[in-house]
Structure formats: structure tokens, C-alpha cells
Design a protein around this ligand. Structure first.
Ligand code: AOF
Ligand code: ZN
Length: 385
């Protein structure tokens, strides 16, 4: 098998950690013996737990001597919550290390150098683009100092998220709605605008993973379920962090009876600095941000979430809010669920986003197209400048 094939497997393994490793990266590792046989596999399960390399080396034992390790992220060279993986690879007698993406985290980087200094052959950049996509949330957080934002919407084929009378439920299929819960389960926070809270009164919680057919934001979860139950912990892992619900509400109009304020998941309401939010503060945490022409300072909101170690954000609900995020250059990924249906009237999925002429179009590139029941799920990213 080629380097690419082994790295592809390591990327698959890494993806199993999606939804449980935050605020740490997802990482996968495959170890071969000197003869090229796979003798160990591993992935990072939860922040503070053993790194992928250590899990794979443990599985390989003595068979790792003289072998090769494929790692989706450069092995760390620091003693954080666990020991340096570069050292673990040296002690195991690994002769060659193949890396997909270099570690941008200054505290942990340097593993490739240390390995090279000790005579290990290091190859970097194998399937880098694929591995970057799998770790987009964490890489964005480390490189840009703000959370990665995925904007999700559901629409008809003509791009409408509501009919002319405002009704909007059931545009997409139960399969699509279950997939949205998977997305929520992978996020650290969900953001919705006040327009959505007033119109739909959503709970913004995570319900059971695909298959339960429960309508998104329809009847609530069975008693006792929390906002995090789509994120099963790995072996011995601590319970995942609760999903944070964030309402962008410049003028503090969230009704005290709104369902987004209920339940065990924490809620943060972001208001303008001059808003009267005293009543709201008794029901949720209120964060005050500078007022801007389009509402509140969204970059400031993301900075606040970054301080709280929020790495991946799902932006849901509200064409106006989504348009503002896009205008500010704060959307990193778009996931659209398109139903095979036409309306011809009704609100567009996206509101004004600063593109008045075709030259100002927000250009994206498609990353994936997957059917979700009768619908299509389209994933796209802004074209890198
Ligand atoms: C992981 N899992 O498999 C690898 C990581 O919080 P710590 O002390 O465990 O260190 C986290 C840093 O280690 C992380 O930011 C990244 O730079 C590096 N590699 N981290 O959580 C892993 N290989
Ligand atoms: Zn490590």
C-alpha cells in the first residue's frame, strides 16, 4: 500500500473523534512494522486523553521497532496533559514518520524537527488538503484565533427557506433534519438570530443521532436527555462539554418564555452595549458587544467564544444574521440542504451580504455533495484568496 492509502486510513480514524475532542484536534495514526504490515491504529478520543500516536504505538508494542508511523497532524514535542509524542515515537524505535499537516500550535510544534535530529526520516504534506478539511475547526481556531463557523441552511431548489406566508417547517426531509442534529453534535456552539427565536421558538439542542425521525425543533427530547446526547464519550472519556446556545439579539428582545432559555444546555444572549437586558440576565448569560450598522460586533462575539475555548460554531437560523456573518468574512463553511421543491415566493435562505454587483459575489467551491433522503446536502467553502 502507498503512503497515501495509509494516510487516508489515518484520516478516517481521526474522523471518529469528531464531536468529542474539542477543544483539541482530531488526530489519527497508523503504525506499520519494518515489513510494512499494519500493526497498530489509534485516534484521539477526548481532550486530555492519550494522543493518537500513543494509542497506535501501544497497540503495536515491540512490532513498531524499525517501522513507519502515519500521523494526520505533526507529532507534538511538548509535555502538556500527556507526554511528547515525538519522544514516544523515538522510544518505540520508529524509523520513518509520515505527516499530513504541520502543527500550527506553537506550544506543541517541533516534533518533526526533533525526530529528524534523531535520525528518523520525516515526510510532511501527504494528503495535506484532505487532513486539513477533517481538522478545519481546530486549525481555524489556532491559526485565526477565532472559532470556525459553519453556516447551515435548508431551502427549496429555488433557494427559499420559507413560503410567502412565513411558514417554514418541513421544507426538507426527516433524513436532512437528522443530519442537522449530527452537525449540531459536532459543534461546540450553535448561533441563531433573534428573528429565528421570535419566529420558530427553537430549542437549539441536540437530539438523538440519525434515525429517530424527530422533527428538528419540533417536540422536545424525552425527559432526562441533555443538550449533548449525540456525543457519546469514548472509553473512560469524560462527558463531552455541553453545547453552548448563542442568540444574537442586539435589542434584547428574547422573550423570557423562549424555549432556547430552557433545558440543561447553557445559553448566552449577545446584546448591544446599550440594550436593556436586565430581565434577560435572570434567565441567561448576557454578553454585551459594540453596536454596528448591521447589529452587533460579530467578530467581537467570536472573540468572546474563542476565549471560552469554543472551536467549532454552527450558525443556524436567520437569513439576516447569516448575511451579516458573510459580509464580515466570518463564514468558513456552508452546508445547504436542498429539497426537490419549488416555491417561487418567500424569503431567500440568505439576506443581504454586501454583494451589490456580480463582481462582489461571494465565490465558493464545492467540497461535497451527498443525498440526505430525497434532498441533497451541498458543502462548500469560500475560495481561498
Ligand atoms: C491532541 N491529540 O492525538 C495529538 C495532539 O492538550 P494536550 O496537552 O493533550 O496537547 C494538545 C496539543 O497536542 C494539540 O494542540 C496539538 O498541537 C498536539 N497534538 N493533540 O489532543 C493528539 N497528536
Ligand atoms: Zn502528542
Amino acid at each position: 500500500m502507498t503512503d497515501q492509502a495509509h494516510m487516508r486510513r489515518a484520516i478516517e480514524l481521526a474522523a471518529r473523534g469528531r464531536g468529542t475532542t474539542s477543544p483539541n484536534p482530531v488526530v489519527g495514526c497508523v503504525v506499520l512494522d519494518a515489513a510494512g504490515q499494519v500493526v497498530g491504529e489509534g485516534f484521539h478520543v477526548y481532550a486530555g486523553g492519550p494522543h493518537a500516536e500513543v494509542v497506535a504505538l501501544r497497540a503495536a508494542g515491540e512490532r513498531a521497532r524499525g517501522g513507519t508511523a502515519y500521523v494526520t497532524l505533526e507529532p507534538c514535542d511538548h509535555t502538556g496533559r500527556t507526554g511528547p509524542c515525538a519522544l514516544a515515537l523515538l522510544e518505540a524505535g520508529i524509523a520513518r514518520v509520515v505527516v499530513a499537516v504541520s502543527d500550527p500550535n506553537p506550544a506543541a510544534a517541533g516534533g518533526a524537527d526533533r525526530l529528524t535530529r534523531h535520525g528518523v526520516a520525516v515526510t510532511t504534506g501527504v494528503l495535506a488538503a484532505e487532513a486539513e478539511r477533517g481538522n478545519a475547526e481546530w486549525l481555524t481556531s489556532v491559526r485565526l484565533g477565532r472559532p470556525h463557523v459553519t453556516w447551515k441552511y435548508a431551502a427549496t431548489l429555488d433557494g427559499r427557506s420559507a413560503a410567502a406566508d412565513g411558514t417554514s417547517q418541513w421544507i426538507t426531509s426527516p433524513e436532512s433534519r437528522a443530519d442537522v442534529h449530527r452537525l449540531r453534535g459536532e459543534a461546540d456552539a450553535i448561533i441563531a438570530g433573534i428573528g429565528t427565536v421570535l419566529a420558530d421558538d427553537p430549542r437549539l439542542t441536540v437530539r438523538r443521532p440519525p434515525g429517530d425521525g424527530a422533527p428538528a425543533d419540533g417536540p422536545g427530547p424525552p425527559a432526562g436527555r441533555t443538550g449533548t446526547d449525540a456525543r457519546p464519550p469514548g472509553d473512560g472519556a469524560p462527558a463531552p462539554r455541553p453545547l453552548l446556545r448563542v442568540v444574537v439579539d442586539s435589542d434584547a428582545r428574547t422573550p423570557l418564555t423562549a424555549r432556547v432559555l430552557d433545558g440543561p444546555a447553557p445559553t448566552l444572549v449577545a446584546v448591544a452595549a446599550d440594550a436593556d437586558a436586565d430581565a434577560l440576565a435572570s434567565r441567561a448569560e448576557v454578553v454585551r458587544l459594540a453596536r454596528r450598522p448591521y447589529g452587533i460586533d460579530l467578530a467581537g462575539l467570536l472573540a468572546e467564544l474563542h476565549r471560552r475555548q469554543i472551536v467549532g460554531v454552527l450558525l443556524e437560523g436567520g437569513p439576516t444574521l447569516a448575511g451579516s456573518f458573510l459580509k464580515e468574512g466570518l463564514i468558513d463553511r456552508v452546508v445547504g440542504y436542498l429539497a426537490p421543491a419549488l416555491l417561487g415566493e418567500g424569503a431567500a435562505a440568505l439576506g443581504p451580504a454586501g454583494a451589490a454587483t456580480i463582481a462582489e459575489t461571494h465565490r465558493l467551491e464545492f467540497e461535497d455533495v451527498t443525498p440526505t433522503g430525497p434532498d441533497l446536502r451541498l458543502t462548500a467553502r469560500p475560495v481561498p484568496l
